[in-house]
Ligand binder design. Structure first.
Ligand SMILES: C[S@@+](CC[C@H](N)C(=O)[O-])C[C@H]1O[C@@H](n2cnc3c(N)ncnc32)[C@H](O)[C@@H]1O
Length: 267
């Protein structure tokens, strides 16, 4: 049987080096104080100074370290050894107090040994890598202190139905889909030409209803669910433009939802 997680981990380990030298992730600007956080996350989550934060699927830690710069005490988690090694070295270089843990998301609870957080945060390109949202939501709920906040900003599940073909948006995949999807791509989303040796990944589609219901079912109280017609990167090349705030919007189909955000509270 295919080991989806191992295949995905090999892919993410390989991507990390490409991302680290990409203009997309621009580590030099980041080291020179530029935050990697989107305005949306900062506005909607609000002040994090002095609060403890668990950052799920943190990649190589730019967002975790951006929150740490704003005074949060962050623990970033990701299953890619290479990403976590880079995150730790950036943390050291910046003299911040963030911690990083290499773990598959479904093993995080036992690694935490009961540690609780004021905030659980996750963002942009995370849910498609997870097969089981019930277990994901349970991890969030059991990692929060009473009164703690969960916040996520994520690519809208509707966007996973589409691909660009002949400079047009083509509907290629169903919105309702329980089957694992096998994708093959020799490059990554940063737009660099470097070829990936581990080019096959396995991903899952989750509808907005499934995502929100998993969170509600874990005992969290939903504060809001917002949807937006802009996103954080050029996800449909040739069909998008950047607005004055740097957000990517559709040239046509401008009412397509591209992002959503959720805030929820633990009681
Ligand atoms: C698109 S990235 C998140 C990106 C982040 N917003 C950023 O731009 O830095 C998705 C992350 O999920 C991680 N990931 C995928 N499957 C995982 C799993 N089963 N457990 C933990 N991390 C996982 C990958 O290693 C990758 O770093």
């Amino acid at each position: 049987m295919t080991n989806y997680i191992n295949m995905n981990r090999l892919n993410w380990n390989e991507r990390t080096a490409i991302h680290a030298k990409s203009d997309f992730y621009n580590i030099d600007d980041f080291l020179a104080e530029k935050s990697s956080l989107s305005g949306l996350d900062k506005t909607e989550l609000g002040d994090v100074a002095g609060l403890s934060m668990l950052h799920l699927q943190c990649h190589f830690g730019k967002d975790s370290l951006s929150w740490a710069r704003m005074g949060a005490h962050v623990l970033g988690v990701d299953f890619s050894e290479n990403a976590i090694a880079l995150a730790k070295s950036l943390n050291e270089r910046l003299g911040l107090d963030a911690r990083f843990l290499c773990s598959d998301i479904y093993d995080v609870a036992k690694e935490l040994q009961g540690e609780l957080f004021d905030i659980v945060y996750t963002s942009y390109g995370v849910l498609c890598w997870l097969q089981d949202l019930t277990r994901w939501a349970e991890l969030i709920s059991t990692s929060l202190k009473p009164g703690g906040t969960f916040y996520m900003a994520e690519l809208h599940p509707l966007t996973f139905m589409y691909e660009v073909e002949d400079n047009q948006l083509k509907s290629k995949y169903p919105y309702f889909d329980n089957k694992v999807r096998r994708y093959e791509s020799s490059t990554t989303y940063t737009g660099d030409n470097d070829k990936l040796e581990h080019s096959v990944t396995y991903q899952w589609q989750h509808t907005l209803g499934e995502i929100v219901s998993a969170l509600a079912g874990s005992g969290l109280k939903l504060e809001f669910l917002h949807e937006f017609p802009f996103t954080v990167y050029n996800m449909f090349p040739g069909l998008m433009f950047q607005d004055e705030l740097g957000r990517w919007r559709m040239k046509e189909n401008e009412h397509l939802p591209l992002l959503f955000s959720v805030k929820a509270t633990k009681h």
